[in-house]
Design a protein around this ligand. Structure first.
Ligand code: PA5
Length: 475
């Protein structure tokens, strides 16, 4: 369904940073003067975004605008999958999995897989982003591969975890279905690089492409995330529209009118002042895995040893996920009274998609009956506001992003907001936000341990590494 301009304007997400400011939280807060002092830095970050968008590794910034054709193909494929298959399984990891998981949780029924098919209308979804053998075995216990479409997603086409899952599944499919195996696999990968594309062409799989200039953690708004979303009944055009509208808002040169730029400046100042932790705390189960997605985006993009001039900077801010209200009973004690080293970002929703009343009862016990007549909606909202307030009173940096509702349009805005904020902060730190050199050493050591060709020297290096000392192992 196409929405009106008025509807969209009522669905704008809001970035509220009152509680980042000294006027509210006292000495640990940020002042207007400090923000003003970063005007040049902000201007340069915005220029970097404007100048580089659509080029190099910043092609993700154009995704909201340039996919009309591919959206048609994705929707057609999604309709076919919905008609023919009971299960849709994503095989991928990192940026090839966290977006699909987050969007599914945000826009589908929270218990999608447990609903009867008639109510659900879409397949069951499983996103397999680990190589724990027990998890793979358990998946095979609950699905029938004959009723399942597998979407193997890997941009590089060489990620060990994804390729090993692919080898397992394609072997099972071939043994069971012979030539028809290929009808159960869709490959989403680079069009001209890596091994998956070679295999896909050889086997005749349906393929979708990940554009060259779109890195894993910036790929939710291309076929990596859009196919799963379309299969799960999401209006992907509306999600892209939300992202496009956020992108436009983030081109505004006034920091106070540009949500991602304001958020970037604040976070940059907070980091300069020693706030090395960024807590993402949504107050909605639907947004729970947005925190996971954010953790990868923020951590992998900004955690860098050297800057663009080759200087050692050890940049970054550790992302932590939390869930309101659940983690009020686990982490909030630390956030209220522990070290002054973090910024807490709350995600709130004005209007939840369900309303649940708390019925009358136990009128004679006031400590229980004060809840009666209220709704869970009022309770979760009151708890979010109360936690913001308590943190403000304790002088803790916190900010809130409010979604009028959780829907395709607001989610598109939210994803784009964080992607652009990340690019802005990376530019402020003068680092490359789009690579991940720090994960290579571990990957190479894995290749060596498993005997991959070309890693013989690494294997020797590992063999001569210091042996673990039994005196440091307690049984
Ligand atoms: O953000 C990134 O680029 C990484 O986290 C990748 O998404 C992850 O390593 C998976 O890579 P690939 O899609 O090549 O399998």
């Amino acid at each position: 369904m196409a929405h009106t301009k008025e509807w969209r304007s009522s669905m704008k997400i809001r970035f509220d940073y009152n509680n980042m400011m000294q006027a509210y939280i006292g000495e640990h807060g940020i002042t207007d003067e400090e923000i003003f002092a970063k005007s040049k830095l902000a201007k340069n970050a915005l220029n970097f975004y404007k100048t580089n968008r659509g080029t190099g590794m910043m092609c993700w910034s154009e995704l909201p605008y340039n996919q009309t054709e591919i959206v048609k193909e994705l929707n057609e494929t999604a309709r076919y999958i919905c008609k023919k298959f009971k299960n849709f399984v994503v095989l991928g990891i990192g940026g090839s999995a966290l977006g699909p998981i987050a969007v599914f949780q945000a826009l589908n029924h929270l218990r999608n897989n447990e609903l009867p098919r008639k109510v659900r209308k879409v397949p069951k979804l499983y996103v397999e982003d680990n190589v724990d053998p027990e998890r793979m075995a358990s998946l095979l216990d609950v699905i029938d591969v004959e009723e399942t479409m597998f979407n193997v997603i890997t941009k590089s086409g060489s990620t060990s975890e994804t390729m090993s899952q692919f080898l397992i599944i394609s072997d099972i499919l071939k043994k069971k279905l012979g030539d028809r195996a290929k009808e159960h696999i869709i490959a989403t990968t680079s069009e001209n690089k890596g091994n998956l594309i070679k295999i896909a062409q050889r086997e005749g799989y349906k393929t979708f492409y990940i554009p060259d200039g779109v890195g894993g953690r910036f790929s939710e708004l291309c076929p990596v995330g859009l196919l799963t979303a379309a299969v799960m009944g999401v209006n992907i055009s509306e999600m892209l529209k939300g992202a496009a509208d956020m992108d436009k808002a983030c081109l505004n040169k006034n920091v106070s009118e540009n949500p991602a730029l304001a958020a970037a400046v604040l976070q940059y100042i907070a980091i300069e002042k020693g706030n090395n932790i960024s807590v993402m705390m949504p107050y909605a189960d639907g947004l729970k895995y947005i925190a996971d997605w954010y953790c990868q985006l923020w951590g992998e993009s900004l955690g860098k040893r050297i800057d663009l001039d080759g200087k050692e900077v050890f940049a970054g801010q550790t992302p932590v996920k939390a869930l309101g209200v659940t983690d009020q009973h686990s982490q909030i004690q630390l956030y209220t009274e522990g070290p002054f080293d973090k910024v807490i970002t709350f995600l709130g929703v004005d209007k939840y998609r369900a309303e649940v009343k708390i019925p009358d009862g136990y009128k004679d016990i006031p400590a229980v009956s004060f809840l009666c007549g209220h709704t869970l909606n009022e309770l979760i909202t009151a708890e979010r506001m109360a936690t913001e307030y308590a943190l403000m009173r304790a002088g803790r940096l916190n900010q809130t992003i409010m979604l009028p509702e959780l829907n395709e349009y607001t989610l598109g805005q939210l994803l784009m907001f964080f992607e652009i904020q990340t690019a802005f902060v990376g530019a402020m730190f003068n680092i490359d936000s789009f690579n991940q050199p720090g994960v290579e050493e571990g990957k190479n050591a894995t290749y060596a341990l498993l005997g991959k060709e070309g890693f013989e020297d690494k294997k020797k290096e590992l063999a001569s590494a210091p042996k673990k000392d039994a005196k440091y192992i307690i049984q």
